[in-house]
Design a protein around this ligand. Structure first.
Ligand code: BG6
Length: 315
């Protein structure tokens, strides 16, 4: 029987889907996905992003089929973090006892938590637009026999519908200043390296590491890769880098406080010589475009912080 004075239904707003974040059973990795299908996987070892998929399931980061994911060595692929030294350290520098590319990529980081952007109120919204995952590393978590300077690193990975952002905050928690270098060693997937071009670096001089660190004048044209390539470009952070295939733009890289860009592809012989690079032909499906600050030392005074970030957008 209908009640005469039936109370009006309380209006409820539809439940918006939200990003999902999970930690693997063995606590070795964090996975986040958006309601729209994008997904990112991050190993706590090195806080290494090892996979970033678009909503259509397409992988954007190259991961070697022989990469070690068990914490025994730096991951060959994804986005390893280079800190506090790029390349092999010099014997007369504070980083001299560290391995190539420093300790960040071979240390186990702590997962600090997530934050999501506000849900959209648009009627056709598919839920939260992004999720940010934070990771931390400090001097008490590394082998202090190789590095004398207290620090606190906060690394944030933000997954959005069309982009992945990585940002690093470095805090000097010690009493004296020190210098560091930093780089996001992003391995981007391409379908065919011989049809890939990189633009945005045309006006930048570079150091060619395949020619004994020779300084080379700006090429004045987009980069094509047809042999081992290992170059450090220096150019204003405001300049956008675009990776295209057969004339179609595929990725756009924007940077903040990162005035160097390394372009690396090992090509045939070097790929074969690396025990953890696979398959042998894998060099055809990748190019590293690495945003960083590596041509100078960033000096951080006691108590000071520095922050740099990159955004890789899928076009
Ligand atoms: C690049 C360097 O950033 O990383 C190259 O410019 C280096 O010189 C490459 O070979 C890979 O380094 P690693 O230590 O991961 O083998």
């Amino acid at each position: 029987m209908e009640r005469a004075k039936k109370p009006a239904a309380i209006p409820v707003s539809p439940i918006q889907p939200t990003p999902q974040v999970s930690i693997s059973d063995d606590s070795s990795r964090v996975t986040a996905s958006l309601p729209t299908g994008e997904r990112v996987d991050i190993l706590l070892y090195g806080a290494t992003v090892i996979s970033w998929k678009s909503a259509n399931g397409k992988e954007n980061l190259f991961l070697s089929s022989k990469a070690s994911l068990d914490g025994s060595k730096a991951v060959r692929g994804g986005i390893p973090i280079v800190f506090p030294v790029f390349g092999p350290p010099k014997s007369d520098h504070a980083t001299s006892r560290l391995p190539q590319h420093g300790f960040a990529r071979i240390s186990r980081w702590e997962y600090l938590g997530k934050s999501s952007s506000e849900s959209s109120t648009l009627p056709n919204s598919k839920g939260d637009a992004s999720v940010k995952l934070d990771f931390g590393l400090s001097d008490s978590m590394i082998d202090s026999s190789n590095w004398d300077y207290p620090f606190n690193l906060t690394y944030s990975v933000t997954l959005s519908q069309d982009s992945l952002e990585t940002s690093l905050v470095v805090r000097n928690t010690g009493a004296s200043n020190y210098g560091f270098q930093v780089l996001f060693h992003s391995y981007l997937v391409v379908d065919d390296i011989t049809k890939t071009t990189i633009s945005g670096l045309e006006e930048a001089a570079f150091v060619d590491k395949t020619q004994g660190a020779k300084e080379v004048e700006p090429a004045k044209k987009p980069i094509s890769i047809g042999s081992e390539t290992d170059r450090v470009y220096t150019l204003p952070s405001e300049n956008t880098i675009t990776v295209s295939e057969q004339g179609t733009q595929r990725y756009e890289i924007t940077r903040d406080m990162l005035s160097d860009v390394v372009v690396w592809n090992p090509w045939v012989e070097k790929a074969k010589s690396m025990a953890d690079f696979g398959p042998d032909e894998g060099y055809k499906q990748m190019v590293c475009v690495e945003a960083g600050s590596v041509s100078v030392w960033n000096t951080l005074d006691a108590g000071e912080t520095w922050e740099g970030q990159q955004r890789i957008k899928v076009l």
